[in-house]
Design a protein around this ligand. Sequence first.
Ligand SMILES: N[C@@H](CCC(=O)N[C@@H](CS)C(=O)NCC(=O)O)C(=O)O
Length: 219
Amino acid sequence: MIKLYAFRWVPDFAQGLVRDLRVRWALEEAGIPYETTLIGPDETETAEYRTLQPWGQVPVIEEDGLVLFESAAIVQYIADRSEALSPTDPMGRAKVAQWLFAAMNSVEPHVANLGNIDVFYADQEWAKLRRPSQEAFTRMKLASLAKRLDGKTWLEGRFTAADLMMVSVLRGLRHTDIVTSDPVLGPYVARGEGRPAFQRALAAQLAAFKDNAAATEAA
Ligand SMILES: N[C@@H](CCC(=O)N[C@@H](CS)C(=O)NCC(=O)O)C(=O)O
């Protein structure tokens, strides 16, 4: 069975956003069972964990001797064996890969840059000066995405791993109304979040945090 490494607990701002959620969601869409190994800072710093994930991050999966890190690579691996997440013809698969890379390379950095300013550096002078131009740049990138999505339910005709990753990335701005107020992107993310597989994945991630909250706060 696939073993998924996920965090035991994270602060509120990150709950529901930690990247193992993408993997849980993909596994739920594909109907593939998995088990979790919950870890924290004590484990991520160990040499043993660093052999699994060079930067001590999550997610990681292990299956039949395969160790895989990077959420996009893991989701692609799952999509490769489930028509629920990807067409099987080469051209269809290439299109899914295209949007999956776009989510990671052309959208996520701009979402993350704004999120990092807001969550980690909001009080710092440089962040206050930087924020307006970062928000404008992020909005510009999202406007181009919205233009491509306008009139469509999903990026490539039907729900695929590409949407799973794009929706996951856009959720990184949930602390703002930038996505939710957008007439195209808001409903797009809501459609993704409304999928039963997403709800199951989210519930599983949050349940782990709830279970471990008391122990973490006591420590
Ligand atoms: N590009 C990586 C990023 C992984 C990542 O940033 N994981 C975060 C949780 S969402 C993490 O482990 N942060 C703790 C750390 O960086 O020490 C992926 O998509 O898997």
